[in-house]
Design a protein around this ligand. Structure first.
Ligand code: NOJ
Length: 536
């Protein structure tokens, strides 16, 4: 492989860090994070070893949906700074070899966007067709039975022109009409604008929703968890769109696109991976959320991972994600269980040693947990709507825990969301000083990825299938073989098929016990271990 080709593949080898900007670091004392705050933490990110940052939306927005309701695609929300601050971030990050991936919402805009304002102003507006408008049926009913993601009608009546408009999410987020060529031109121009500004790629929000059935056919009525979105998601036109989008990106060197694919029920790797096309002509990467929805079970995990690998087209590449701003923290699943830090460590090893690009959600590297948000502090609209049954997504959007000082060092004033009360121990400063911390585990794993091509880009083969409660695999690159063994159980486990003396232990979550016991074929409860295999 030529050096150029190798360089082009940074998004296959690198580690990507997802920042929710409102909660990373507040430098202007308004209780919310800002771009300057990210700039000030670039050294931290560089020391952690990340290669790219994905920023949740930083554009101008009324914030009905935490910035996923954009009112101006070519601006920076003043709460975070301005375009100059953004360019400085880009510049400083690039100097440290950290790339910047923007979040791009193509499915909908904010209802405050000037396009929508124009579109709703009259049936004859030149921008009318940029959104999806329909007259009521003869009986005065909604155009069809499509629902939002929270089971309400997705059509809102606008008395100004006497028609309904369509929205997959809140009524303040009208869906764009991607069948309109002018809209497409304008959006592609926006994409070019950011590429010319120097960003390194895009995370494409709910990309499988942007096309809807041309005839707006009713969706089948099925049971709760099955796919009720036959005609308003995953439409065939999307594949052509993705080809065009990829062709645009490929005009610039080294860019990446990663698609968020919402599937019902969660975990449909074949569909998810289909949006990579032949592996070179559509999305570079697609998120598959199956692991996030899986229960803690080694064979289930192995199956999910394998299914995803099998679905990836030749030339395509997998990626993995354990937490995000919607689905909660990785540690969340065991909130009432013991050993959640041990399990979080196993997740860290999986994320950073499986074949595939890892996406780390900010704060996961210190083991941040979901926060139970009191009613009067809920900011997420879904939490407001569904309290007390569901408190919304704020739980995993809370301030980054930097140290044990006031507000965890995130802000000088009361932050927009409460800080987890565990911040005195779960924070960057104290974990940096503790060789056994989750933070140091992440650092060590990233360092090992960088020093061993086998972990970065080697092939993967699962082994030891007979061992219950164990996942183990070998990553191979040329002559180097690294074996990863993960004990998913809370018990000591003898590894029948393998003796650790046949290799050099590169990392163990239980390094101290291991030195004491000197055991060569017994795993500690929840131990994760990386062994560089030697000839035997
Ligand atoms: C997916 C985003 O991750 C989520 O936060 C948002 O609410 C919806 N898309 C709508 O944009």
């Amino acid at each position: 492989m030529s050096i150029n080709e190798e360089k082009f593949l940074w998004w296959k080898h690198g580690v990507i860090y997802h920042i929710f900007p409102h909660s990373f670091n507040d430098t202007d004392g308004d209780g919310a994070g800002d771009i300057e705050g990210i700039i000030q933490k670039l050294d931290y990110l560089s020391d952690l070893g990340v290669d790219a940052i994905w920023l949740s939306p930083v554009y101008e927005s009324p914030w009905i949906d935490a910035g996923y309701d954009i009112s101006d695609y070519k601006s920076i929300n003043s709460i975070y700074g301005d375009m100059n601050a953004f360019k400085r971030l880009l510049d400083m990050a690039h100097k440290k070899n950290i790339r910047i991936i923007m979040d791009l919402v193509l499915n909908h805009t904010s209802d405050r966007h000037k396009w929508f304002q124009e579109s709703r102003s009259s049936k004859n507006s030149p921008k009318r067709e940029w959104y999806i408008w329909r007259s009521p049926s003869k009986k005065g009913k909604r155009p069809n039975n499509w629902q939002t993601n929270y089971w309400q009608s997705a059509w809102t009546f606008d008395a100004l022109t006497g028609e309904y408009y369509y929205h997959s999410f809140f009524k303040e987020q009208p869906d764009l009409n991607w069948r309109n060529p002018e809209l497409e031109n304008e959006m592609f121009e926006t994409v070019r604008f950011w590429l010319d500004t120097g960003v390194d790629g895009f995370r494409l929000d709910v990309i499988n929703m942007i096309f809807k059935d041309e005839n707006l056919r009713n969706n089948p009525i099925t049971h709760f968890f099955s796919d009720r979105h036959v005609y308003n998601r995953n439409q065939p036109e999307l594949y052509d769109f993705l080809k065009k989008f990829r062709a645009l990106l490929d005009k610039y060197p080294d860019k990446v696109s990663v698609g968020e694919i919402y599937t019902l029920p969660p975990g449909n790797p074949k569909l998810t991976a289909s949006f990579m096309g032949d592996g070179k002509n559509m999305l570079h990467l697609t998120f598959d959320f199956s692991l996030i929805f899986s229960r803690w079970n080694a064979s289930k995990y192995r199956k999910i991972i394998n299914n995803f690998y099998q679905a990836i087209p030749n030339g395509g590449h997998p990626c993995f994600v354990m937490s995000n701003h919607d689905l909660g923290r990785s540690v969340k699943r065991w909130i009432f269980a013991f050993n959640r830090y041990e399990k979080a460590k196993i997740h860290a090893i999986l994320l950073l040693t499986l074949k595939g690009t890892p996406f780390i959600y900010y704060g996961d590297e210190i083991g941040m947990e979901n926060v139970i948000i009191p009613k009067n502090r809920i900011r997420d609209m879904y939490g407001k709507l569904f309290f007390p049954f569901y408190r919304g997504r704020d739980r995993s959007r809370t301030p980054m825990q930097w140290n044990d000082l006031i507000n965890a060092g995130f802000s000088a004033v009361e932050p927009w969301l409460p800080v987890h009360r565990n911040y005195r121990t779960v924070n960057v400063a104290s974990e940096s000083a503790d060789s056994n911390s989750i933070l140091n585990l992440y650092k060590n794993l990233i360092r090992l990825r960088k020093t061993h091509k086998a972990l970065q880009s080697g092939e993967i083969e699962f082994t030891d299938f007979a061992e219950k409660g164990i996942i183990s695999y070998i990553r191979t690159y040329e002559d180097t073989k690294i074996k990863v063994i993960l004990n998913f159980t809370g018990k000591h486990r003898k590894i029948k098929s393998f003796n650790l003396k046949y290799g050099e232990i590169l990392l163990s979550t239980h390094a101290q016990n291991r030195e004491i016991s000197g055991n060569t074929d017994i795993l500690n409860p929840f131990e994760g271990i990386l062994v560089k295999l030697t000839e035997n």
